[in-house]
Every structure is written in structure tokens, then in C-alpha cells.
Design a protein around this ligand. Sequence first.
Ligand code: PMP
Length: 375
Amino acid sequence: MQKTTSSISNNISFTRGVPALEALPTTLFSECLQAVLAGPDGKTVLQYGHNGGYVPLKQLLAEQYHVDVDQVLIGNGSLHLQDMLTAQLVQTGDVVFTEQPSYDRAIKTFRRRGAKVIGIPLALDGVDITALEEALARYTPRFMYIVPDFQNPAGVTTSREKRQALAQLAEKHGFYLVEDVPYRTLRYSGKTLPLLRELNPERTITVSSYSKLISPGIRVGYLIGPRDIVKPLIALAEDTTLAPVLPTQAAVLEFHKRGYFERNLESLKQLYAPRLQAMISAIKTYLPGIDFAEPEGGFFVSITLPQESNYQHLLQRAKEQGLLLTDGNGFFADHLNAQANQAHTGDRFVRLPFCALTPQEIEAGMQRLAELVRA
Ligand code: PMP
């Protein structure tokens, strides 16, 4: 294995999109947890609770999203809520649309619940609307899953025009938009665009989470939607998770009340923004000419390697040299639907999570990647 100089560890991992360890607010969060347990609600949060989640946090979210409290469900992270939602909405064989590429675990979740998942190509400004209209001529999906802000994996943000088109198409064809917005407030530059919910509240189910904003370990995510969707989901929670994890939900509320949320968000942005810049400039320096979405926030940048590259081979060689990459195919629903041995864009797709690496590690990793691509 090659040795690298300086303090950069030998392995550089561009695999999971996790928060930086130094960004996890151990002191602030433990203060909140202690305050909750020592406070008037201490015993309430240690008892079985009601299944929509910790009511005062539901109230705060209802205010933030301009909905009623009975439209909010708090659960064990947003992926779990998506799984519950899919169980409720999808019968085996129903069609679900995703952007292509899309978040791999969401694709897996939908498929596991029996959905036929169809990927609609994603352009640098959001899903290809013409391709979506063509797909809608053939199928009516139960829902379309979209990550409109700083998408995982591509880093793409859906433009205002495309958000409007999505809201209109959902209305015209009678399907739900499931918008997943865990990265939305991690915006390092530029202006926030409207949620799909703001454009079509009746047809939109919003899921989000504190995993990237406080900690993934606390497992606090939430879902906001029309009452006829949320009510049976609360009943489902009653029969499955039985009770919400009230201590961490209450501590999240305390985190907000003490002003720690804003303070923590600012420090996350200060930590991550230079990492994003380091990633963008490393791609431009070491892999010039490659087209990619330059995100204004979030955790991910992605690139598609030149046509002639053999990424499977590159993945293996990269590993031998201590550069860990993810196989891009998991992000492509069409790959999973396709015959074996068929060539796909996913074969050349490289997701590059940058938040948990220092600018020096990002630079070194991208230099290694570029050398491998050229080799
Ligand atoms: N959705 C997206 C787009 C994500 O990137 C992630 C985390 N990688 C999740 C959902 C899952 O988040 P949670 O920890 O809230 O389940």
C-alpha cells in the first residue's frame, strides 16, 4: 500500500455520507438530554408515549411547516418513515418513480415493499421533465420520490421551474410527491427555493430529519403530509414501533429552545462549506472537463467518469491504494431492473461525499482518483 505524507490517514473514504465526527454536538446535546430528564417531563419521556411523537416538538414542526399538528408524525429517522409510508401506499406491483440517480436506500426500501421502481433521468437542474411526461404517458406512479435540495447522490438542486412542473404534473396525473429534504437547511450559498409542499400541499408528503443537523444516532426524523396519510401512519406506528423515542425527541426540542439549533447549524456550515469548495476545486483541477452539478450545500458532489473508463476495475484498484469508493449502480433503479451484463451510466457514476473529510484529505483523495482514471 502506498504511503501518504502528512497527517492524512492512508485510507480515504468517499463512501458513506455521514456527518463529520467533530460536528457531533456531544456537550450541547447531553445538556439538553439532562435538562429533559431532570425537568417536569422527565418521567413522561421515560414512559410509553403516544405514537405521533413528542407533542411539543410536533407543535414546533407544525409551526415551521405551516401545518396542523395532526399532519406531523415524528419517527425513528426519515428512512424508517419512508418505509412505513411505502408500506401504506404501495401494493405489490405498483409503480414508484425516482430521480435517476437517487438515494440507494430509498430505492431498496421501495423495492422491498413490492414497488416497481422506475428512474427518471436527472439533469443538472432537476429531473428531466420531458422524460417524466413520457413515463407518465405509460404509468401512473403511486408517488414520485424526489430529493429537491442538494440531492443524494448527485448534489443536484431542482430549479424553481421544475418544482412548479412537478407540482402541476402530480395534480394532473394524481400521484403524490414524496420530497425528502434532510440537507435543505445546510445551504452554504445561494437562495432557498420553495418546498414542493408550498406549491402543492395536497399532493406532497415531506420527510426530513435531524440526522444531518444534530446527529444520526438520536434517530429523530419526521413526516408531514395530508391528514388522510398521516392518521393511518400513526396507527401503523402504534402496531410496530409501539412508542416514540421520547427522550431524544424532547432533547431536540430543548436544543431548539436554547438556541443551540441555529448555533450548531452555523458551525456546521462553517465546517462544511470549505470542504465543498475543496471538492469542487479538486474536481476542476484533477479531472478537468468533467460535467458535474456544483451544489450550494449538502453532503455530496458526484461525477460521471468518461465513457471509456472501467469503473469496476477502478474500484478494485482504488481499494488496493486505500481509496474507498461506492459502486454507482445502486443509485440507478434501471440497473436493478435490467438484465445482467447490460452497460449503464451507473457503471461510471462516482458519488463523492465531502463533509466527513478535511480539505487536505479531499484534495489527496481526488488526486489519487484522477491518477487512477488516467491509468
Ligand atoms: N434521505 C436521504 C436523502 C439521505 O441522504 C439519508 C441519509 N443518508 C436519509 C434519508 C436517511 O436519514 P435518517 O437518518 O433520517 O433515516
